[in-house]
Design a protein around this ligand. Structure first.
Ligand SMILES: Cc1cc2nc3c(=O)[nH]c(=O)nc-3n(C[C@H](O)[C@H](O)[C@H](O)COP(=O)(O)OP(=O)(O)OC[C@H]3O[C@@H](n4cnc5c(N)ncnc54)[C@H](O)[C@@H]3O)c2cc1C
Length: 84
């Protein structure tokens, strides 16, 4: 819902810094949680390059780094909420 709400806001030409940062931060968290659990299902094979889940696991991590790291989005959210 955060992703859709963020996209709709941008489509309407509005910028909501807190909303977009919450979207980027939370989507990255969920992505990594889901992929980590998927890899676990594969057991040791999930760790090997023989299966695509190994690459997906590494690729998921970047969502918490590029386009603003998770920590920086938390800083933005805090500032937008008036928290010092
Ligand atoms: C595959 C890939 C593609 C990329 N594509 C692009 C692109 O297309 N365009 C572009 O402009 N950049 C791109 N980048 C760069 C990316 O945006 C940066 O890697 C990202 O902004 C983090 O900066 P940094 O690597 O210098 O880490 P740093 O800024 O050195 O951060 C290191 C760690 O310290 C934490 N940290 C830093 N400052 C604070 C703070 N004030 N409070 C709390 N924690 C803090 C960070 O969260 C991080 O965990 C890409 C990077 C990668 C790996």
């Amino acid at each position: 819902m955060l992703v859709y709400q963020s996209a709709v806001t941008l489509d309407e030409g509005r910028i909501d810094r807190a909303l977009h940062s919450m979207c980027k931060y939370y989507a990255g968290e969920v992505c990594n949680d889901v992929v980590r659990k998927c890899l676990q299902v594969f057991g040791g094979y999930g760790y090997c390059k023989d299966y695509p889940i190994e690459r997906i696991y590494r690729d998921a991590k970047i969502t918490e780094i590029f386009d603003g790291t998770a920590e920086i989005h938390k800083v933005i959210i805090s500032k937008e909420m008036g928290v010092r």
